[in-house]
Design a protein around this ligand. Structure first.
Ligand code: ADP
Ligand code: MG
Length: 509
């Protein structure tokens, strides 16, 4: 069975009207493992062809009611069976017949009587030719429709063939490109890169995924990814094939992704900073809580010895006034002043850390403002501060009265301290919306810069270190207002005074 492998899959159509010849030829061919179909005339031949295309047609020139050469002509002109190889069988050795056979499009001929070896050889040749043509056709089709650019180059790098996509890439028809070197279509650095890879291919190696930028005839720059390999014949390289993929879109996409990533990174960074800031504040307030507790403890402890010292100093003052020692008297006065300053700090600290009773009640806020204001009024006018109260009718507020008094006192004291040379202090109240009342405390004092405003609610922030300031007033104010479900905001300009806005909830009835 291994006798002739190539014959096994080859089918033949024998067009022969002489029965004995047909029978004899078929036997011979079948012995060689060919599949043979025999038909006597053109009509039957067409029918058979329609059913199954043979690899080769063997055609007798002299057919009973027709002529093999004419039939061959018809086949070649039609588009259906034009590619099937035809071998003419002729009994005449007449050169004219042979020529007309070839003109009709026959691929080969053989003179009867033939030797089977000769016939087999001719059949094999035709089959090979047909298969080669088919494979070349397939390849060409493939190239034509490929969405990649395919370049065939000779070993000098000159273009000898290219597919439509390659024409599109370079921006010119192949007639104008044949014989041109491909490397001139790359931008400077990439031209060098291309040549380097071309030389690699000439050593028989393949190159893959090489990034290059084409500069086409219109001057457009196109990014491509190149694969290349060589075609060899008898061990030597005859052609180089380059396949290039236009990666413009991929590149755009990558740029877009890159842009988006950068944006995202920036957003993440901003968000991280925000979080860090929040965390910093949180830690700060926790720390402050702890310090507050500690301070409260210490303050309590210090209160008693301070009172005792105070009492003793008082006693000494009385005794000494009898002896009239002025110098000692002065010192005692200093001690007394310092004691009262210390007591003030302690009171402040305790206020700050005090967990006051959470009791809130419906209260007349305007009344509280008036009361608090009256405590300080004398003090203010003594310091050349002109005051005005402008309180609109407002509903009752739901607040902790003690805490709000403390808040107002702190704000008024700060306002006073902001106007060392005198000025104007205005206090107003009005209904903000149906659920909130706003108190405005406006001074014409020194004002604040922006960076300072950001810090004033921090515990221990003070610009009055050389006076009595401990910097706890506003942080106390802030936490009190928060406990009362209110808010506080501030508007201030350097040298242009400051206004604090305290917003508090109206009592629901
Ligand atoms: P203290 O009054 O002990 O300094 P506060 O917490 O009451 O502490 O105030 C913090 C800081 O805020 C003050 O030192 C001052 O610099 C600033 N400040 C507060 N109120 C005013 C105001 N009305 N005008 C200008 N600065 C103010
Ligand atoms: Mg203060």
């Amino acid at each position: 069975m291994d006798r002739d492998k190539s014959a096994k899959n080859v089918s033949l159509l024998l067009v022969e009207d002489t029965k004995e010849h047909a029978k004899y030829t078929r036997l011979l061919l079948e012995k060689q493992d060919y599949t043979v179909n025999v038909v006597p005339d053109e009509e039957t031949a067409i029918e058979t062809l329609k059913q199954r295309e043979p690899d080769v047609i063997l055609m007798d020139i002299m057919l009973g009611n027709g002529n093999g050469i004419d039939f061959c002509k018809k086949l070649r002109k039609g588009d259906k069976f034009a590619n099937i190889p035809v071998i003419l069988l002729t009994s005449s050795n007449d050169i004219k017949t042979k020529i007309s056979g070839f003109q009709a499009g026959a691929d080969d001929y053989i003179t009867k009587p033939f030797k089977i070896q000769e016939l087999t050889a001719r059949i094999e040749l035709s089959v090979q030719k047909k298969r080669l043509a088919e494979s070349e056709n397939r390849y060409r089709n493939f190239m034509q429709n490929l969405n990649d650019a395919v370049f065939m180059l000779n070993t000098q790098g000159e273009m000898i063939d290219l597919n439509p996509y390659a024409e599109k890439l370079l921006g010119a028809k192949k007639q104008f490109l044949y014989g041109n070197s491909l490397f001139q279509f790359f931008q400077k650095d990439f031209s060098r890169e291309f040549i380097k890879n071309f030389e690699t291919i000439l050593t028989g190696k393949e190159v893959r995924g090489v990034y290059l930028r084409i500069k086409n005839v219109t001057g457009k720059s196109i990014p491509v990814e190149m694969n290349g390999f060589s075609r060899q014949e008898n061990g030597s390289i005859i052609q180089v094939q380059m396949v290039m993929r236009d990666i413009t879109e991929r590149e755009l996409l990558q740029q877009e992704v890159q842009r988006y990533t950068t944006l995202l990174e920036k957003q993440v960074e901003a968000r991280t900073n925000e979080l860090n800031e929040t965390q910093r504040r949180l830690i700060m307030s926790e720390k402050m809580g702890a310090i507050g507790q500690l301070a409260a403890g210490i303050a309590h402890e210090l209160r008693n010895p301070l009172s005792i010292i105070g009492a003793s100093v008082y006693y000494l003052t009385r005794v000494l006034s009898k002896n009239e020692n002025r110098k000692i008297g002065d010192h005692l006065e200093i001690i007394q002043n310092e004691i009262s300053r210390s007591q003030k700090i302690i009171t402040n600290l305790l206020d700050f850390s005090r967990r006051s009773s959470p009791e809130r009640e419906s209260a007349d806020l305007n009344k509280i403002i008036r009361q608090t204001f009256s405590i300080l009024e004398r003090n203010l006018t003594n310091h050349d501060i002109e005051t005005s109260l402008n309180l609109e009718p407002i509903p009752l507020c739901f607040i902790n009265v003690d805490e709000i008094k403390q808040v107002l006192l702190n704000l008024l004291m700060n306002a006073k301290e902001a106007m060392p040379g005198g000025g104007v202090l205005k206090v107003k109240s009005h209904l903000h919306d149906r659920k909130h009342v706003v108190i405005e405390i406006q001074d014409s004092g020194v004002g604040m810069e922006k960076d300072k405003i950001e810090k004033i609610f921090d515990p221990f922030f003070t610009t009055k270190a050389n006076q009595d300031g401990v910097g706890l007033g506003l942080s106390l104010v802030h936490s009190s207002i928060k406990r009362n479900q209110g808010t506080i905001s501030v508007k201030s300009e350097k040298r242009d005074g400051t206004t604090f806005y305290v917003c508090l909830p109206v009592a629901t009835t």
